[in-house]
Design a protein around this ligand. Structure first.
Ligand code: SF4
Ligand code: SF4
Length: 385
């Protein structure tokens, strides 16, 4: 999906934003958007515009995140929080199947992959990119996850451009940008004004149907110029970089680099980085049975490659040290993922930097390994001049 035509871009005034939510709810969508819970901006079900974090922002840095009031009443004046679209596509736990004794025969009862239509309201460009990556993992090939596919087919996305990306963000290094360019049903751009308004831009047939239903004026040349200018300024604010040139090969030949040990001395192996990452998909299964009903069930739960049990195979873990688990996470994200899924496993959202209690920064680790890449410094024997 991509933006269809700037001819269809409409303008909602700040007081009219609720119209869009109302249409989505009328069409049967459960609307999920950013809202404040436990001192963070998370994605959760919202009923109205008032549930959004109006006039709030989040200050983010390595190992730090805190909410602060803004000096204006921007509705989307913050970066990404700790929750992501994956919570709706890949729930934290899900029953895969049950067994029951029926007439003396053990019968397997597969869970039916039912999904209610969900509209993700206000997700960012990096999260759309992450959903595209999850599609490759969970819906591509011959081992598609039926529940994921069921939710994904009914998913509606309302993306919001980032006007003020946090310092932890490096999406522009990972092929992204603060402004959503594709993958959305509707794109919103908040322009603080005056007047305070939202440009509403369809990116799919489903999005066009909803934008058509909005009783709103078409965007003017001035509106579109303001959007382009805001997008350019937001890109310029992103100063964090991850140099991806040859990074896959560099990481693959630096399995013994001491940078891994240095990172591991700080790492708690808590797995927080994997929980907040929009593309991490590792899971485990838990089996249980009831003596009362005679039923057994198999439940899939989120897991992390940072847990020692995750790589436990008949008698021991193949990654016993924190170093080996940290190295596995980074090299999978930035190197092996390319081979498995044809893309990097990182979209540069910066969540793992802000939500790491030790403040470990994946871009700094990768750049330290690049600087200390022994192979790159080795003189080439017989090189012609
Ligand atoms: S590895 Fe970190 S920066 Fe990259 S997508 Fe995951 S959480 Fe975001
Ligand atoms: S890198 Fe940070 S967030 Fe990830 S497991 Fe280590 S301490 Fe936890």
């Amino acid at each position: 999906m991509s933006a269809l035509s700037t001819d269809l871009v409409k303008v909602l005034q700040r007081s009219e934003l609720g119209w869009l939510l109302a249409i989505l709810r009328d069409r049967g969508y459960t609307v999920v958007g950013p809202t404040i819970r436990d001192a963070a901006i998370v994605l959760d079900e919202i009923a109205s515009v008032e549930d959004l974090p109006i006039g709030m922002t989040a200050e983010e840095g390595p190992g730090g995140y805190r909410l602060l009031p803004r000096s204006d009443d921007a509705v989307f004046g913050f970066g990404v929080g700790p929750s992501t679209a994956k919570r709706w596509l890949l729930p934290t736990s899900r029953i895969l199947w049950r067994t029951r004794l029926i007439d003396g025969t053990l019968t397997v009862l597969p869970e039916v992959a039912e999904a209610k239509p969900v509209a993700l309201f206000g997700i960012r460009a990096c999260d759309l990119q992450a959903v595209d990556i999850l599609d490759r993992v969970c819906a591509g090939g011959c081992y598609a996850d039926s529940h994921y596919v069921a939710v994904r087919e009914r998913l509606f996305t309302v993306a919001v451009d980032c006007a003020d990306p946090p310092s932890t963000c490096f999406c522009t290094s990972m092929g992204g940008s603060p402004a959503a360019e594709s993958g959305f049903d509707i794109r919103l751009t908040e322009i603080a004004g005056p007047p305070h308004r939202f440009l509403v831009d369809p990116g799919s047939e489903a999005g066009s149907a909803i934008v058509d239903a909005l009783q709103a004026a078409l965007a003017s040349e001035e509106d579109l110029a303001a959007r382009a200018s805001q997008a350019g300024q937001a890109s310029q604010r992103i100063t964090k970089r991850l140099d991806c040139r040859g990074l896959r090969e560099i990481l693959e030949r630096n399995a013994e680099n001491r940078t891994w040990d240095e990172a591991a001395t700080r790492c708690f192996a808590c797995g927080s980085c994997t929980m907040v990452c929009p593309t991490c998909f590792c899971s485990t299964t838990k089996m249980s049975s009831s003596m009362l009903t005679g039923e057994s069930e198999c439940e899939r739960q989120w897991d992390s490659c940072f847990s020692e049990q995750f790589s436990f195979i008949h008698g021991g873990s193949v990654r016993e040290s924190t170093m080996s688990r940290y190295r596995q996470w980074v090299t999978h994200k930035l190197a092996a993922w390319h081979e498995q899924f044809g893309v990097s496993g990182c979209v540069g959202c910066g969540r793992c930097i802000a939500w790491c209690p030790a403040g470990i920064d994946i871009t700094e680790v990768a750049s330290t390994i690049r600087r200390s890449d022994v192979a790159a410094k080795r003189p080439t024997v017989g090189k012609e001049h």
